[in-house]
Design a protein around this ligand. Structure first.
Ligand code: GDP
Length: 480
C-alpha cells in the first residue's frame, strides 16, 4: 500500500516546477483502450492540436480566446519511455501518409500549457500554467486486476475451465494437449515451463484474431508484454490443482512465477501509474466489433466490464485500499467515427452507452463523472451521396488502405472511392439480440487524409470529428 509519505512526496512532485521553482499544477491524463482502439492516433492528434493551437472549436479555452499555447517539456521521470510524438506525426503527414504503429507498452509525454484564466484582465501580469502529463498504456494491462485477489489455484481453475469450453476448442486445443503431456508433480524444469507458457500464449493470441469470440483473457502482459517479453515473470501457465505439492515440483515453480507476476508486474503498474491518474479516456473500437458480429460484441462487452472494474470503488476492487487520488472524470470514446456518415454518429454514441451500461450494470463509479462521445481524432474521409435505384444514399469518400478487397475490387491505396458504409440500427438492442436484424457494415480501413490544409499560422490542420468536445471534457475545466 502507498504510505502517507509517498502521497505527500507525490503531491509535492506534482506541484513543483523544478525549473523555476514556481508551483505548477499537473493534470495526469491516462489514455487507454484495447489494442488498435486508437490510442496512438488520439494522443498524436491531441498533442498536435495543442502545440499548434489547432481547430478545436468546442474546446472552451480556445473558443474563448484564452488559450495561449503549449510546448513539449522534459518528462520528470526519466525511466519511462517517451511517447514518440514526432515519429507518429511524421508517418501521418508523410507523402503518402501512413498510420503509425500502435501502442505496445506504457509511454508518457509532458506538455506545458499557457492560458489566461477566466478572471484574467488586460494588464494583469502572468498567464497561468498547467502541466499536462499524458500516459499511454495498453488496456490489456487492466484485465489483470482480478488476478490480484486470486491464488494460482483459483486462477488456474478458472482459466482451464474456459480453455476447455467447446467454443474454445480451436484456439485452446494445442495448449491443452501440451498440458496433457506434462505432469505438474514432476520436478521443475524451465523447458517444461517454457513449453507450457508458449502454448498458453499462443492460445490467448489466437483468441484475439478477427472473428474469434474471446479477446479478453488475462494475463494482460501475455498479449501485450511491453519490455517483459520472454522474462520468467511471463513464463507460466495454468495447471490443474495438485494434492500436497512438493517444493521442487513444476507446479510449485509456476505458482511462484504467478505470484511474482502479481507482485513485480501487476501491482507496480497499478500503484506507480494507474492510481496516479486524475483523468482517463477509454477508447473503444465499437465499429469493428459491430462489424464482426454478436460474439465480438459480447466479447467487447466483457472486456469493458473488466476494464471498468478498475475504476470502481468498493469491496470487489483489490485496489480500493490503495486509492487515494481518485479519477474524477472518465471519457468513453467510440473511435473511428469517420467510417460512418454523420447521420450515424449519434447512434454510435448510443450504442457505446448501451455497451457500457450493460458492462457496468452492477456497480457504479464512486466519485467519477462519465461521458460518452463518438469521435474521430483524425478524420480520413469526406461525405457525399450516391443515388441507387432512385434512392439517395449517404456515402463516405476516402482512400482504402492497399490490399483490401471489397465487392470484387482490390484497392491500390491511391484511389478514392465513395461508398455507403451501412446504417447503424435505430433500435440499439437489435445489435445485441438475435432477432434476425443484425447490423451489416461495410468496414474498410482508410489511409490517413492526404493533402492536409494549413492554417494561417502555417501549421498543418488535422481534420477530426467531435474531438474538440473530448478535449474540452478532459482538460477544459482545468484551464478555467
Ligand atoms: P492503438 O493500438 O490503440 O495505439 O491504436 P492506433 O492509434 O494505432 O490505431 C489503430 C488503427 O486504427 C490505426 O492504424 C488506424 O488504421 C485506425 N484509426 C485510429 N484512429 C483513427 C481515426 O481517428 N480515424 C480513422 N479513420 N482511423 C483511425
Amino acid at each position: 500500500p502507498t504510505s502517507i509519505v509517498d502521497e505527500v512526496g507525490l503531491a509535492l512532485a506534482n506541484l513543483a516546477d523544478t525549473a523555476t521553482g514556481a508551483f505548477v499544477p499537473t493534470l495526469r491524463l491516462g489514455v487507454t483502450g484495447l489494442s488498435r482502439a486508437g490510442k496512438t492516433i488520439f494522443i498524436t492528434a491531441l498533442v498536435h492540436n495543442l502545440l499548434t493551437s489547432g481547430r478545436l472549436a468546442g474546446f472552451a479555452p480556445m473558443a474563448e480566446g484564452r488559450f495561449i499555447g503549449a510546448r513539449l517539456a522534459e518528462y520528470p521521470d526519466a525511466t519511462i519511455p517517451r511517447f514518440a510524438y514526432e515519429q507518429h506525426l511524421a508517418s501521418l503527414t508523410a507523402d503518402p501518409p501512413h498510420w503509425p504503429e500502435g501502442t505496445r507498452r506504457i509511454s508518457q509525454l509532458r506538455l506545458v500549457l499557457k492560458y489566461h484564466s477566466k478572471r484574467w484582465r488586460n494588464g494583469m501580469r502572468n498567464p497561468a500554467t498547467l502541466n499536462l502529463d499524458i500516459v499511454d498504456y495498453p488496456g490489456e494491462w487492466l484485465l489483470d486486476l482480478p488476478l490480484l485477489s486470486q491464488s494460482f489455484q483459483e486462477w488456474s481453475t478458472e482459466a482451464l475451465e474456459r480453455a476447455r469450453r467447446p467454443a474454445s476448442q480451436h484456439e485452446a486445443g494445442p495448449f491443452l494437449s501440451v498440458l496433457e503431456g506434462i505432469d505438474p508433480a514432476k520436478p521443475a524444469s524451465d523447458a517444461d515451463a517454457e513449453a507450457l507458457a508458449a502454448a498458453f500464449t499462443q492460445y490467448l493470441r489466437l483468441s484475439r484474431e478477427d472473428g474469434r469470440a474471446l479477446s479478453t483473457l488475462p494475463p494482460g502482459r501475455f498479449l501485450m508484454p511491453g519490455d517483459l517479453e520472454g522474462s520468467p515473470a511471463l513464463t507460466f501457465a495454468p495447471l490443474p490443482p495438485q494434492k500436497g505439492t512438493d517444493r521442487h515440483s513444476l507446479y510449485h515453480m509456476l505458482e511462484q512465477r504467478f505470484e511474482a507476476y502479481k507482485d513485480q508486474v501487476v501491482r507496480p503498474f497499478f500503484k506507480d501509474h494507474f492510481l496516479r491518474l486524475d483523468r482517463q479516456v477509454v477508447l473503444v473500437d465499437a465499429l469493428r466489433a459491430l462489424n464482426a458480429g454478436p460474439d465480438a460484441i459480447a466479447d467487447l462487452e466483457s472486456a469493458l466490464t473488466s476494464v471498468l472494474s478498475c475504476f470502481r470503488q468498493g469491496e470487489q476492487n483489490p485496489l480500493s485500499r490503495l486509492v487515494s487520488r481518485r479519477i474524477d472524470r472518465i471519457l468513453f470514446a467510440a473511435t473511428k467515427a469517420d467510417h460512418l456518415h454523420h447521420t450515424s454518429h449519434d447512434r454510435l454514441e448510443t450504442i457505446l452507452n448501451r455497451l457500457l451500461s450493460s458492462a457496468s450494470r452492477r456497480a457504479r463509479f464512486a466519485g467519477a463523472e462519465t461521458k460518452s462521445i463518438a469521435l474521430a481524432a483524425i478524420r480520413a474521409t469526406r461525405e457525399g451521396s450516391i443515388t441507387e435505384n432512385g434512392e439517395e444514399l449517404p456515402t463516405i469518400i476516402g482512400t482504402p488502405v492497399a490490399g483490401q478487397h471489397f465487392d470484387g475490387t482490390t484497392y491500390d491505396g491511391k484511389t478514392d472511392i465513395a461508398f455507403f458504409p451501412g446504417d447503424l440500427p435505430e433500435r440499439t438492442d437489435s445489435v445485441f439480440e438475435d432477432d434476425g436484424n443484425e447490423v451489416h457494415l461495410n468496414f474498410l480501413r482508410f489511409t490517413p487524409p492526404r493533402r492536409l490544409q494549413r492554417a494561417e499560422n502555417g501549421e498543418l490542420i488535422l481534420p477530426h470529428i467531435r474531438f474538440d468536445r473530448a478535449v474540452d471534457y478532459l482538460i477544459g475545466d482545468w484551464l478555467k
